[in-house]
Each structure stands twice: as C-alpha cells, then as structure tokens.
Design a protein around this ligand. Structure first.
Ligand SMILES: [Zn+2]
Length: 152
C-alpha cells in the first residue's frame, strides 16, 4: 500500500480490527519512511452471478433493480426503508453463500417474497404479482389465502 503522504510503499501494520459483522477489516498502518499513520479497509467483494430470466436470457445481478421493485411494492405502506435494505442485504448474502454462477430470477423473487411475507402482506402481494406472474386471479387468490392462513 502506498503511503498517501510520501508515496513510498514501505509500511507496517500497527493494528488490525475486524468489523462487528465480520465483513471488513480495518488496518492502521504506519509508513516506514515518513512515519505518518493511515488506515486501510479491506472488504469482501461479492462476485455477482448471472441471473437467468424467465425467457432464458442471462443478465448480470442488479441490486438496484430488486431495490426498485421492492420500493414500488412497498409504496405507501408502513415499511421502513431499513427493512427493504435488510432484504436486499440478505439476498446478497444468500447469493454469496450459495456461491452459484447462475441464479434464476424466479428463485430471487421467491427468496425476497419469503422475507417480505413477514413484513407486510400488501407489499407481498404486489411484489408477488410482478415476480411470480400468476396465470390468473385464482392462482393469485390461492397464494394470498395461503398467506392469510399462515398469519392467523
Ligand atoms: Zn510516508
């Protein structure tokens, strides 16, 4: 690592600390040439898999796309942004853990729905109607009544 003050790359690590969630490490470094201190952060880089769409086309994983879909589904509902962010993070974590090279967009949709189910029923139905693309109203009804049964 190049020293930001004198640009020499001779330094020693004075302290190294893993973050609470275990996903990044902070290192306090001291330049061996000018003696100044600086900090570096090392984080995990998520390797994004390809998403297989319903028609078989592949596209790269797009966090923003899921986020937009969720924001739309939760529009005017009392779902804190924090919850939406947590869903996205759990999707990323799930993808990272399964370590698949390709993931079906359906599977991502279902995963998100599994989380959304416990947060807000209306948002769930909205998201489901986009992601599960129900054949007709009966299929949608079956899905929703199942949810209602589970909640009561
Ligand atoms: Zn230096």
């Amino acid at each position: 690592m190049k020293c930001p003050f004198c640009f020499n790359s001779d330094d020693k690590v004075a302290d190294s600390r893993v973050s609470k969630d275990g996903r990044s490490t902070r290192r306090k470094r001291q330049c061996n040439v000018c003696g100044k201190r600086f900090t570096t952060i090392e984080t995990i880089v998520v390797s994004s898999p390809l998403i297989i769409k319903k028609d078989g086309r592949r596209e790269s994983f797009d966090r923003q796309k899921i986020l937009n879909g969720l924001i739309k589904a939760c529009e005017k509902r009392q779902v804190p942004y924090q919850n939406i962010e947590e869903i996205i993070q759990s999707v990323e974590k799930w993808i990272e853990e399964t370590n698949l090279k390709e993931v079906k967009s359906d599977d991502i949709g279902k995963f998100v729905l599994g989380k959304l189910k416990n947060i807000d029923a209306i948002s769930y139905v909205r998201f489901a109607s986009v992601y599960l693309s129900f054949k007709d109203i009966n299929e949608l009804y079956e899905n929703v009544s199942e949810l209602i049964k589970k909640q009561s």
